[in-house]
Design a protein around this ligand. Structure first.
Ligand SMILES: [Zn+2]
Length: 401
């Protein structure tokens, strides 16, 4: 039987096999299973003849939830200081201690969500993680660089993600909890300045949200990891299949970098490590980040994202994505105000050009199987993988012109 190596359906099948194999094991950030996924990916690249593919180790955060517990914990200290110290220490000393605790919490959140170093980072559990990095050269001289990105790790299946209703609730509660850190400072200051106790009671309501954030943070890691078939073995599988194709059908003037990252789920430490190691060579590159591309009847690109600070896709990148995506009915999407981030957003924040692509169902903004125990290999759809393969191929060829 002859196998046709020039069809999207062939490569979608390849992507499916890669993704299903990877998703047999949940792959927590900076765990042994994540390392095994990296080694599997590396071996596949080498078997394609991409000999210089390599593992690039780094130390990454093991859980974003412990960070949330720490930041929410300082917010709780802020509430406690206001309510418990006013009697013995007086209004202004109590307010000062309270503001210092909230200020530390708010500063940590700001730095973490803008993907920068933050206070007390070293007090949180970190572990050995790794990126897999490879380069596919063009046939001619290098005029452009494109980086295909997907993360290897999978998230803890925290109960907030278990049903659609809970996901919506999580999105709303996250906004109040995170913005509440800053709002509490205003409310408690107003209480002291105006002596209107109502502001203090509003502050106390926020304490409930901060308790919920702290409690979720300290208990989240007691459960199991999601198998991460759609999030994000689908992205890794798709890029592996694209690598196979680009070995057979290389571009003319575009060097294709492949970056399979670790520790995305705990705050994109893998991407930050990649930027540190290769940012100089990739300053002009366009990054294509694949996130959850294995389920759904449509494709979206992220137009704006960011917790606390919104960033937008570069206009010229957006124009190319819209042009290449038109035959696929591509649509723009915005991530929720708080509670979600991608490596595309990390790249934007650090001044790089990137687009994040996802497969989704056209009739709902809910991400299929996001961080769930049901994100299993059998749910992946070859049609979705075929669509994303064709779109990325079209983008690569468009960028090669
Ligand atoms: Zn993901």
């Amino acid at each position: 039987m002859n196998i046709d190596h020039t069809t999207a359906s062939y490569y979608a099948q390849r992507a499916l096999v890669y993704a299903q194999t990877l998703a047999l094991n949940p792959r927590g950030s900076a765990t042994q299973a994540e390392k095994q996924a990296a080694e599997y990916t590396l071996n596949k690249l080498k078997s394609m003849g991409i000999e210089d593919a390599k593992l690039e180790p780094f130390i990454g955060l093991r859980s974003i939830w412990l960070f949330i517990a720490l930041a929410s914990g300082f917010a709780l200290v802020g509430h406690a200081a206001f309510w418990l110290l006013r009697g013995p220490a007086g209004d202004y000393p109590a307010l000062l201690v309270s503001l210092l605790a909230f200020g530390l919490s708010g500063f940590m959140l700001w730095r973490k969500f803008t993907f920068r170093d933050y206070p007390l980072r070293n007090s949180l559990p970190h572990g050995q993680s790794q990126n897999v990095v490879a380069v596919i050269p063009p046939t001619g001289v290098v005029k452009h660089r494109v980086v295909l990105v997907s993360h290897l790790d999978s998230h803890r299946a925290v109960f907030w993600f278990a049903t659609n209703i809970l996901v919506i609730l999580f999105a709303i509660l996250s906004i109040v909890t995170i913005y509440g850190v800053y709002l509490a400072m205003v409310l408690y200051s107003l209480t002291i300045l105006t002596q209107v106790q109502f502001f203090a009671w509003l502050g106390l309501v926020l304490a409930l949200f901060h308790f919920l954030g702290w409690f979720t943070g300290v208990t989240a890691d007691l459960g199991r990891y999601s198998p991460g078939a759609n999030d994000n073995a689908s992205g890794v599988g798709t890029i592996l299949a694209l690598a196979e194709r680009m070995r057979r059908e290389p571009l003319q003037n575009t060097e294709i970098w492949l970056a399979f990252t670790g520790c995305e789920e705990s705050g994109c430490d893998g991407m930050l490590s990649l930027i540190k190691a290769h940012g100089g060579s990739l300053k002009e590159a366009i990054f294509i980040d694949l996130e959850m591309v294995g389920i759904g009847d449509g494709i979206r690109y992220i137009q704006d994202e960011g917790n606390l600070k919104r960033n937008h896709i570069a206009k010229d990148v957006e124009a190319i994505v819209q042009e290449a995506g038109e035959p696929f009915g591509i649509n723009p999407a915005s991530t929720p105000p708080v509670g979600a981030f991608t490596e595309g957003g990390t790249l934007w924040e650090h001044g790089y050009k990137a687009v994040c692509l996802s497969a989704q169902y056209k009739n709902t903004p809910i991400l299929p199987e996001w961080h769930r125990l049901t994100d299993t290999p059998d749910r992946l759809k070859v049609e979705a993988l075929e669509r994303i393969h064709s779109l990325v191929l079209a983008l690569l060829r468009r960028l090669d012109q």
